[in-house]
Design a binder for this molecule. Sequence first.
Ligand code: CDT
Length: 364
Amino acid sequence: MGSDSEQRLLTVAAAQLGPIESLTTPRADVLARMINLLQDASEKEVRLVVFPELTFTTFFPSYIINSPEEVAKFFEPASPNDAYAIINSPNAKPVIDKATELGIDISFGYAERWTTEPGKFVDYNTAVYYSATQRQCVAKYRKIHLPGRYEPDQRPGVTQQLEKRYFTPGDLGFQAFRVSGLIDGALKSEDAKMLASPERTHGKGDPILGMLICNDRRWAEGWRCYGLQGVELVLEGYNTTAFAPQYDGTEVEQEAEALFHHRLSCQAGSYQNACYSIHAAKAGKEDHGSLIAGSSIVDPNGHIVAESKTKGDELVYATIDLAKCRRGKERVFAFDKHRRVEHYSRILDQVGVEEPSLLDRSQA
Ligand code: CDT
């Protein structure tokens, strides 16, 4: 018998949000939509819901906002004394309260202004994990791969991507974490003391989770950092442009290609690290342009087990069995047996491409 005979079942969901039309869309409208999705999740006995990147607002990095006061309106304050201030913010609290009432864990993205001393702050594109049973956030992730540019593209009519202008790359790395209360009968450290070898506990404890934000899902490095911590479930929210007039292709062609690359990244990341993953879009036409849908749940073999059918608010859910991560982790991707780290130094030592030297004519 394979070691995946003991099921570790969990019902999870991606809460796709349709468009949040403009910079001035009232937060209360968005919170009401999120609460509706949570209610729907509760009726389907979902235990964990993932919301998109920058859940509460339109994708503001696609706008050129010059006034610091206007920019500040999109950020939620936090500080070393109150790292998870978001859960008491009026801009998020109604959703936190609903999640607590329904007993559903949630992960969501927001713009975080991290103040270390008066007047000194750093802005991050952040996601947190809120545990309904513990009534607190148990993890925070700050987006590491920021796409786009600092200076706006001056060509008329282009779709802007200005994340490098509004955010600093995350400083928390890819730190996996365990969550209690999701899997019945999870092995605890006290029980494990009797076991001879630590590997005997692998795949038996509380689930191991990691978070990525949007562009991060395209980078194998982040996935592998989580894979090396035994991750079983990666959570990711995104706002991905469906069409940008400055690039080649019709609207239909560009959107199809963007969806293809999205699926390719999520399916490859899950397969190569033998984990499930949940991907939640902000989708549809916002004032700055259009965003792909394609919210999904991917299994450890890289198959999509559930995917959104619309570009609006939609709950994409599935019951997953974390025991199914064991096959990949113990066979093809048994890292301890097969990785050859003596050949991987380039990945850490080098950032950009260094091509081999040009050939001489004599070598033609
Ligand atoms: N939000 C975000 O990171 N969006 C980027 C757009 C890049 S366009 C290929 C993404 O990777 O989806």
